[in-house]
Design a protein around this ligand. Structure first.
Ligand code: ATP
Ligand code: MG
Length: 772
């Protein structure tokens, strides 16, 4: 028996050994779905299936890389290399490149990211003289995206009176025309947006039977992880490709379907049995990831959803700690509690930061957590903020590179035609755009032949345009003989971008210069990696990798262990020893925008299920009583999800009923005299740590840091010098008058009338008031 099979339980083994025909693995979180998929691929190869004939679609490219590495461990690197693995977008972008001419696209087509798409839509709305309030570019883009993901082309839109009526009803009668213009302009620019990568693949497979047959023959075995989150467009691609051999294996958990707002369709998983009547269904029910408290608590919540497939999730793991519930006074305190708790857990259990993860419902919640972690000198990585490649200085350079590959790329050209400033103003660009639309040419071509067209542009500006064009044409020639790194370096030098930044001299500009250097280093690494792997190291491939990088893939190679911060949506498939889910408040989680229908609320509940099931050993659920939202301080109520967890699995750090006086939150300021900058020099091996924990080996805590909470208890946390009538200043609420005092010691509270927010009762130990 092959040794990898020994690391599977019986149900998992059956799924791995099932070779042919359609199959679906339905299983709860942490039950080894991804593991089964990985070993199934390895096993197919061991059975003689050619690695070129296997296609595996994953949620991130990073997940694909990790799976590949594991498979390489079983079958060897040279074989594993040939597997087609990655996200839907990256795999099909690669296919579209080699088939682009069939669809009238150049093979070096540009991939527009959402920033490019929004800019283009904004320009179209402006050109059509439409009201920006009525036609919000992001909303229009979402609408267009939903059309594309349902395979509604422009023509289909204009044939569908229901859709047109809906837009008319929403006072946006021009949506169809914007959609048409957007599609035309992308086509003319030789550009596809993210949704096009799927839509155009569908078009390719539907219109060219011989191409469909070619890929059907190539991908004899198809596997899809996280199938519950595929949209209609993805579903159709998979269905078409699997139509000939029917060797399709999809893996998913209906309880973790969380992307319906992006068009994911939970029905895809529910209907799989209908699409493939001879499907073999496998259920994995044993969870290996989490303690039984976590598994049972998660089960108790998800049980409330009506729409779900029948399956059990259980574990033979220890009960472990109860799930900690913590209430704080504000979002700021919440952040400090999380940072403090991570720090204590690190110290008490000797853990490196990469065992910790903080999850939130919306990106904006990260700020309070970040501030607190920074103050404690705890390293963190944040996913899903603005990615490295989206930064202005980086995007500018990438835009130059994009034009060298595809001169018709309109968004890239508009971005850099006057950056660094060369005196080409908005009016000139408008004239060029109008001419380009009129002559059905790209702006690049219009500039190239500017002498031959009368655009009413004065000779000085014409000169500037010609200088710009000469530089671009020169760079284009150089690009033919240079590698990706050399071209990028030449672009940086010749466009005087760095000079422009250096002239600025501000610290921000200095950091931008460093980022540009980092980009060049990145391209160098890219070339080395690709050459090592025997893959294409061209500039086109580099730009494609960048465009298709998901939040996880653009992570810089940085070995420093750090706490991970991300939205719950991004945490799919991941696991951490300690998980903090923050902001468990009504209207935030569940989100105010998702409480109108049962199905929306059920999706929020699934999101909560995903969050909780990321935890291996310990979970913290926190909520604040007040929170800054949209620039205002609002009162918050605990999330209904807290209520929904069976009480027996919970440990309330703070009492269930709000009673601020017993709030045991430990203020950060008392640790100011603890040694600063304590970091673990070497990442502590998790396995070793687990062994140590299992043996309950005594953990050595640095002498002066023993039990942080003891230090806290001893410290004098409250300010006793405040009397009624004092005018005091509060960091957030500003100044106010103390109108009453009550309680003693750590429970002492002051009632204060603030000019900004009116009357507030504050615990002195937290309020940090200054008498003025
Ligand atoms: P999710 O629903 O979150 O995507 P999953 O079902 O894909 O989870 P995996 O990530 O494959 O689950 O597995 C969860 C954890 O359990 C991993 O750490 C994995 O290595 C471990 N695991 C899975 N099966 C076994 C097994 N048979 N023996 C030991 N560990 C296992
Ligand atoms: Mg998984």
């Amino acid at each position: 028996m092959n040794s990898y099979l020994n690391s599977l339980n019986e149900a998992q083994k059956q799924a791995v050994l099932q070779k042919d025909g359609p199959m679906i693995i339905i299983a709860g979180a942490g039950s080894g779905k991804t593991r089964v998929l990985t070993y199934r691929i390895a096993h197919l190869m061991k059975q003689g299936v050619d690695s070129f004939n296997i296609l595996s679609l994953t949620f991130t490219n990073k997940a694909a890389k990790e799976m590949k590495a594991r498979i390489a461990g079983v079958v060897g690197n040279s074989e594993a290399k040939n597997l087609w693995m990655g996200t839907f977008h990256s795999v099909f972008a690669r296919i579209l490149r080699s088939e682009a001419d069939k669809l009238g696209f150049p093979s070096n087509f540009t991939i527009y990211d959402s920033q490019d798409s929004v800019r283009l839509i904004t320009a179209i709305i402006k050109e059509k003289n439409l009201n920006k309030e009525q036609y919000k570019p992001k909303q229009i883009l979402n609408r267009i995206s939903s059309f594309k993901n349902s395979l509604i082309t422009v023509r289909a839109y204009f044939n569908n009176s229901d859709l047109q009526e809906a837009d008319l009803h929403a006072s946006r009668p021009e949506v169809g025309n914007i959609y048409k213009e957007y599609v035309d302009r992308c086509f003319k620019a030789g550009a596809m947006d993210f949704d096009d990568l799927l839509l155009r693949t569908n078009e390719l497979l539907a219109r060219f039977p011989e191409t469909l047959a070619k890929y059907q023959d190539r991908f004899r075995y198809i596997m899809v992880d996280e199938y519950q989150d595929t949209n209609h467009s993805q579903y159709l691609i998979v269905k078409a490709l699997a139509d000939k051999f029917g060797n399709i294996c999809v893996v998913g958990d209906d309880s973790q379907s969380i992307y319906s707002f992006r068009g994911a369709n939970i029905q895809n998983i529910l209907n799989f049995q209908k699409d493939y009547p001879d499907v073999k269904t496998f259920k994995l029910e044993q969870n290996y990831r989490s303690t039984s408290n976590i598994v049972n608590a998660a089960n108790s919540v998800i049980a409330r959803n009506k729409t779900k497939l029948d399956k059990e999730v259980w574990t033979s793991n220890d009960a472990g700690d109860s799930i900690n519930v913590m209430r704080t006074i504000s979002d700021g305190e919440e952040g400090r509690f999380v940072a403090q708790s991570i720090w204590e857990n690190q110290m008490n259990h000797q853990l490196s930061s990469d065992n910790f993860c903080v999850l939130y419902r919306t990106n904006s919640q990260s700020r309070a957590i970040e501030d607190a972690l920074r103050k404690k000198n705890i390293d963190y990585k944040i996913y899903g903020g603005i990615s490295f490649y989206q930064r202005k200085e980086i995007k500018d350079i990438l835009s130059y590179l994009r034009i060298l590959i595809n001169p018709n790329d309109e968004e890239a050209l508009k971005r850099i035609i006057n950056y660094p400033a060369r005196g080409i103003g908005a009016t000139t660009i408008d004239k060029l755009t109008i001419a380009a639309n009129h002559y059905k040419k790209s702006i690049f071509d219009i500039i190239k032949y500017i002498d031959k067209i009368d655009l009413k542009i004065n000779s000085g500006t014409k000169n500037k345009l010609q200088n710009f064009m000469n530089m671009m044409l020169r760079l284009q020639i150089e690009a033919k003989t240079k590698n990706a790194f050399e071209i990028a370096e030449t672009v940086v030098k010749q466009t005087l971008l760095i000079k422009d930044l250096e002239k600025d001299g501000t610290p921000e500009a200095v950091s931008k210069v460093e980022n540009v250097q980092e980009l060049l280093n990145g391209i160098k690494d890219f070339i080395t990696d690709k050459i090592e792997e025997g893959e294409d190291a061209s500039l086109t491939t580099f730009l494609e990798d960048v465009a298709l990088a998901t939040d996880f893939d653009s992570e810089k190679n940085d070995d420093k262990p750090s706490v991970s911060l991300m939205t719950i949506h991004q945490s799919k498939g991941l696991e951490y020893m300690y998980v903090y889910v923050v902001g468990l408040e009504e209207n935030l989680f569940p989100s105010a925008m998702s409480m109108n229908t049962r199905s929306e609320l059920e999706e929020e509940r699934r999101l909560f299920y995903v969050a909780l099931t990321r935890a291996e050993k310990v979970a913290y659920l926190t909520y604040a009583q007040t929170r800054y939202r949209w620039g205002k301080l609002v009162d918050a109520e605990p999330s209904r999800f807290l209520e929904e967890i069976d009480d027996q699995y919970l440990h309330y750090i703070t009492p269930k009923v709000p009673e601020p006086s017993i709030n045991r939150f430990v203020d950060k300021s008392i640790f100011d005299d603890a040694p600063k900058g304590i970091r673990f020099q070497k990442p502590i091996q998790r396995k070793k740590m687990e062994r140590d924990l299992a043996k309950k080996k005594e953990i050595i805590v640095p002498k002066n840091l023993k039990k942080v909470s003891q230090v806290a208890a001893k410290a004098n946390l409250f300010d006793g010098n405040i009397s009624v009538g004092n005018i005091v200043e509060h960091n957030r609420f500003g100044s106010g008058e103390v109108i009453a005092l009550e309680g003693n010691g750590p429970n002492k509270k002051a009632e204060i009338k603030f000019g900004t927010v009116g009357k507030k009762k504050l615990l002195l130990q937290f309020a940090k008031l200054r008498v003025i």
